[in-house]
Design a protein around this ligand. Structure first.
Ligand SMILES: [Cu+2]
Length: 137
């Protein structure tokens, strides 16, 4: 069987990016004056090795932190973490009440229906650019 050359070229040109698939990226709409917003998504790892989301950034926020919710004696609190592991051939879900991206010191309110550009940085796959939809998906 012959494999067309352009298929080989595509495969060689994008060997890494295709390994991390971003699904349903969304961020909460905010009220005027709000400083922070929570963002959520599902990260799917097509690769054969575990990878780790180590940081995120957006031109719409001073910084984007990686947070989890912890139950501290019955009180739910948020804590910053160094990364989220995404298992090989598996996925990691950021969702309300769990792990989330925290957009800190946002430049202006996030309005329903807008798009917020975000860069995700993975230990192995490197940078992946995506757009978060404002409002629940
Ligand atoms: Cu948070």
């Amino acid at each position: 069987m012959r494999i067309p050359l352009f298929v080989l070229v595509l495969f060689l040109a994008f060997p890494v990016q295709a390994q991390m698939q971003i699904e349903k990226p969304w961020v909460r709409a905010t009220v005027p004056g709000a400083q922070v917003a929570g963002g959520y998504l599902v990260i799917r790892n097509q690769g054969a090795a575990v990878d780790r989301l180590v940081s995120a950034s957006s031109p719409m926020a001073a910084k984007v932190e990686l947070h989890v919710h912890i139950n501290d004696n019955g009180v739910m609190k948020m804590r910053e973490v160094r990364g989220y592991d995404v298992p090989a051939k598996g996925s990691f879900e950021l969702k309300p009440g769990g792990a989330h991206l925290m957009f800190m010191d946002i430049r202006r309110p996030f309005k329903e229906g807008e798009k917020v550009p975000v860069k995700l940085k993975f230990e192995k796959a490197g940078e992946v650019s995506t757009e978060f939809h404002v409002g629940r998906l």
